[in-house]
Design a protein around this ligand. Sequence first.
Ligand code: IFM
Length: 466
Amino acid sequence: MPTKVPAGFLWGTATASYQIEGATRADGRGPSIWDVFSHTPGKVQAGETGDIACDHYHRWEEDLDHLARLGAGAYRFSIAWPRVQPTGAGPVNRAGLDFYDRLVDGLAARGIKAVATLYHWDLPQALQDKGGWPARDTAHRFADYAAVVAEALGDRVSTYTTLNEPWCSAFLGYASGVHAPGLTSPLAALRAAHHLNLGHGLAVQAVRAAVPRAALSVTLNLHVIRPASDKQEDHDAARQVRAVGNEIFCGPMLSGAYPEDLRADLGPITDFGFVRDGDLDQIRQPLDWLGINYYSSSQVRRRPPGQTAAATSTAGSGGHGGGNPWVGAESVEFLDPNPPLTAMGWNIDPPALTELLVDTARRYPGLDLAVTENGSAFPDTLEPDGRVHDSKRIAYLEQHVQAVAEAIRQGAPVKGYFAWSLMDNFEWAWGYSRRFGLIHVDYSDGLKRRWKDSAHRFQRLATTGV
Ligand code: IFM
C-alpha cells in the first residue's frame, strides 16, 4: 500500500452488545426494544433474534484473545443498558454491570484500550413503553445510566462514546420502521433525534462529573451524498438529505444550533417546539474526538413534481427497504448504486471516505477524528481447507485504509480505524444472513470462531502499518 498512517495510529475492531452478546435473559438483564422487535414476526429476516448471537457473554475471554492476536490496540464495544438497568431507570443490576467490569479488566490485561459506547440501539423496552426516544424523559434516564456506568468503570475506559449512529435510532427506528421499535411517524422521528441529541449532551456531562479525566466522543454515520447532476435542483436535493441525515446531529452537537435550512425544510412537519430553552447549550459539549462510521455513498436527484416515491434507498445507513427515513426530503430520489456492490447492496466508494474526513476536519478545526466503523459484507464460504478466502473484503479493507491515509496526508487529524466487525454477528433486520466479520462464526457448528483471510490482513496492518 503506497501511503502509511502515522506512528501511534490506533487500530481496532468494533462490535455492539445486541449483535454479539446473546444471553438476553442472563443475570437479570431486562428486555430491550430489539428483543421485542426481533421476536415480532416479519421484522427480521428468517425470524432470527439476538437471543444467542455469538454468545460473547460467555465467550468474551476467547474473543479478547482473538483481539490481542489481531494486534488491536483498541476495542470498541457497547454496553447493554438493559443489563445495567433492566427497566432503564432506578436500581442498578450489579450482575449485569459486572460483565463489563470483567470485560474492561480483560482488555487492560491484554494491553487493549477500551472504547465503550453507551448506546448502540438496545433501549430498555420499559422506556419504550413510556414513549421511547420521542419522549424527553428518555434523555434524562440516559444521563442517569451514563453516570452509573462511568462511576463503575471509571478511567479503565479510555473513551466513552455516548451514542452510535443516532440517525439510525431516530429515523430507521421511528420513521421507516425497519429497526426497533418499528414506528413510522415522521414527527416521532424528529422528536427522537432531538432527545438523542439532548441525551448525548447530558450524558457527556454526567460522565465528566463522574470521571473528570474521561475522554468523550460520539459516533455519527455521516452520509456522503452526491448530486446526480450539476442542476441546481439536484444540488438542493443533496443539501436537503445532508441536512436531515447529518446536520440534524452535527449542528446541535458541534455548533450549538439546528441549521436554518433544516428548520425550513421541516417547517411543514414541525415547529421544533420540542426544543426547550437551554437545550442547545446542554447538547453542545466539548468532545475529545468525533467517531465517523462510513460504508458507502449515495447519489440523489430532485424527483419531478407529481412523481411518487418508489422504494427508497437508505444506502450506507443500515438500510433494509421499508418506509422512507428521509423525513422532509420525500421529493428526493436516490439513484440505484453503481456496482460493484457489497452483499448489503451498498456501493464501494473509498474516495468518498477521504472527502468525508477532510471535509469534516475543515468544518470542525481542532476536533480529532476516528473511523469508528468501516467494513463490508460478502457471501463468505467456508472452504474445505477450513478457511474463508475473502479477497473482496481484503480489497475493501485495503482501499479504505488507504483512503484514511490519504485524508491524513491532506491534513485531517484521523487518529484511529476500527474495522466492522471483529466477528460475524446479528445484522439487525438482516439477521445472520449478512457477514461483516474478520472472524467467521459458524452458526451451525457451536459458534466456532475461525480467522478469515481478512483477519490475517488486518493483523498485518495493525502490527506493521502496511
Ligand atoms: O451492523 C451495523 C452496526 O450495528 C452499525 N453500523 C452499520 C453496521 C453494518 O450495517
